[in-house]
Design a protein around this ligand. Structure first.
Ligand code: 13P
Length: 253
């Protein structure tokens, strides 16, 4: 059985104080309502990681960063290393989000280095892939996603790859209110699993958790989760409201 994951990507939202309040609220609802069958992961900004780790101790809720550098330390002003992320108590890191690729020029080569470094430090990587609207319209979305997987991940060995969770986030569905239909998402998730099977093994492909991200909300989560190859969600906007996030967790099960 694959691990189901619901991860909240807070992006650049919440001050330290606001972040603590949101973690506390989510912690309370999850304690009261969650079946514990899926893994909940909160990914606040770097400034909130250490305090969130303390608030989440003993709750079963995991913590992740939204990015990291590939070196352990050094003269890289403004950057945070995977070693530093790990030292906060976080267990996950998101790598290759489309906003990082688009606004910060992150390339496949950089993302591979980041992924490899994060895994070396014992972090689990939520690796994001997804096509733009133009690429969907031009019907090259399978090719685009396959090359993102190829460049960012496929030089990992099998053991390293077992620390990877994939998140399929069509760029046209992020923050737009447009969601991929369950069928569109399933088609891509199934394709991703096939490609993993070809590069590693069928068994590894079967065990890989593949999340959907892009305007996932309480009212569309169940439809997406009903698909055979969708194993959870990477939630942006709706992860900033404790009630909505908890309702998505419920839909995931
Ligand atoms: P939204 O849920 O706000 O569309 O964001 C999705 C996302 O980018 C999560 O990483």
């Amino acid at each position: 059985m694959r691990t189901k994951i619901i991860a909240g990507n807070w992006k650049m939202n919440k001050t330290l104080e606001e972040g603590q309040a949101l973690v506390t609220e989510i912690r309370g609802i999850v304690r009261d309502e969650h079946t514990g069958k899926s893994q909940v992961v909160l990914c606040p900004p770097f400034i909130s990681l250490a305090s969130a780790a303390r608030l989440l101790e003993g709750t079963g809720i995991a913590l992740g960063a939204q990015n990291c550098h590939f070196e352990d330390s050094g003269a890289f002003t403004g950057e945070i290393s995977p070693l530093m992320v790990k030292s906060t108590g976080a267990q996950y890191v998101i790598i290759g989000h489309s906003e990082r690729r688009q606004y910060f020029g992150e390339t496949g080569e950089m993302l591979f280095k980041k992924t490899k470094a994060a895994i070396r430090h014992g972090l689990k990587v939520i690796f994001c892939v997804g096509e733009s609207l133009k690429e969907r319209e031009e019907k090259i979305f399978f090719k685009v996603v396959e090359s993102q997987l190829q460049e960012g991940l496929f030089a990992l060995d099998r053991k390293e790859f077992s620390s990877v969770v994939i998140a399929y986030e069509p760029v046209w569905a992020i923050g737009t209110g447009l969601t991929a239909t369950p069928e569109q998402a399933q088609e891509m998730h199934n394709y991703i699993r096939k490609v993993i099977g070809m590069h590693y093994t069928e068994e590894i492909a079967e065990e890989t958790t593949i999340l959907y991200g892009g305007s996932m909300k309480p009212d569309n989560a169940a439809g997406l989760m009903a698909q055979a190859d969708i194993d959870g969600g990477l939630i942006g906007g709706a992860a900033l409201k404790a009630r909505d996030f908890a309702d998505i967790i419920k839909a995931v099960g």
